[in-house]
Ligand binder design. Sequence first.
Ligand code: SF4
Length: 221
Amino acid sequence: MTASLPAQGGEGDLQVSLSALEHYAYCPRQCGLILLEDAFTDDAATIRGTHLHQRVDTPGNKGRRTVRTLHALPVWHDGYGLTGICDTVELHNDGRILPVEHKSGRYIPGGPADIQAAAQALCLEAMFQQPVPEAAIFSATDRRRHLITIDDALRARVLDTTHAVRALLETSHLPGPAADNRCRRCSMATDCMPKLLAGTRRYHQALATLYSLTDPQDTDA
Ligand code: SF4
């Protein structure tokens, strides 16, 4: 249960969105570009994700015999200072509550989506005042649900990431570029310029000559 973990948010603390947790877990700089520089850029993957979410982001409440399904449910956790929207929350007749996060890409076990789905579970626990021991991630790539267990290690990752995002918001410090394999699948690569800024020779050359009145071409010659 959430009660066993220390709270990091609270009244007066900056609220952290659940989507920011996923962005930060993927790459802190990606999160910073979105939150601090309003620099979100779409690519094919994000547009696919937007289309996918249009199907589940219409608020609603559907009932079947054994499960009631809520779509686009606003959730929050006052203690941790978290807020967001769950794509889908299933309320089962046996009392189970299951958040289901929809993703267009393939599921990566232990990846950023786990943090987002676990944070949804923590919010639901606080709101419904009962344990939410599992969450699911539906991948449109393999059209399967991937169940994750909300264990203590994952809860701690949620809180650590929440703390890190809040610190990013408070300091307005944009993290440095990762410049690794993540960048190949990142829609923010054009805004980020990871290779140019990651300590490469070209970056330092450009920095050194940025305010020089001498044409760098002349210096090179
Ligand atoms: S391009 Fe790379 S370093 Fe830049 S935000 Fe994306 S993953 Fe992070």
